[in-house]
Write a protein that binds this ligand. Structure first.
Ligand SMILES: [Zn+2]
Ligand SMILES: [Zn+2]
Length: 143
């Protein structure tokens, strides 16, 4: 029996379903995530873009251009502003905001990425690998 994985934003208007279990989750310390979340890290679970199904609510989309030139589509709830996902269409993958998933405890972070951009006071979790930028697994969904 496969579990149905769904998520909701802070106000509850955004409701979505994931067609598959996330491949992994990681903590992102990039400065864009810091700005988007208001924290020193963003906890995201990696899925294929086509596995995200919006069931209800309106997303505000902002296209952020990373230093690499790659565009990340950042989606927020149009009502409460909650961070929903960041999608890199070029790579076919997206990171959904783990705290919005119905069972966030099931997705402990397995890596810390973009630690080169972390705040000097950020405490790194122990026991998981740290990468200065995004490791090569960003190509999970590439052809
Ligand atoms: Zn909302
Ligand atoms: Zn980031």
């Amino acid at each position: 029996m496969s579990e149905i994985i769904e998520g909701h934003c802070l106000c509850g208007n955004i409701h979505y379903r994931l067609a598959n279990k996330p491949l992994r989750s990681h903590l992102c310390f990039c400065t864009d995530c810091q700005k988007a979340t208001g924290g020193d890290r963003n906890h995201v679970a990696t899925i294929a873009i086509e596995d995200f199904e919006l069931l209800a609510g309106n997303l505000n989309i902002y296209e952020a251009t990373a230093a690499s030139g790659r565009i990340t589509e950042r989606a927020f709830c149009s009502d409460c502003g909650c961070n929903i996902y960041g999608a890199v269409k070029e790579l076919g993958g997206m990171g959904v905001n783990v705290p919005c998933l119905n069972n966030p405890q099931e997705y402990p972070p397995q890596a810390a990425v973009f630690v080169s951009q972390a705040a000097s006071w950020s405490a790194m979790p122990e026991g998981i690998p740290q990468y200065p930028e995004m490791p090569s697994y960003e190509n999970d969904f590439a052809e």
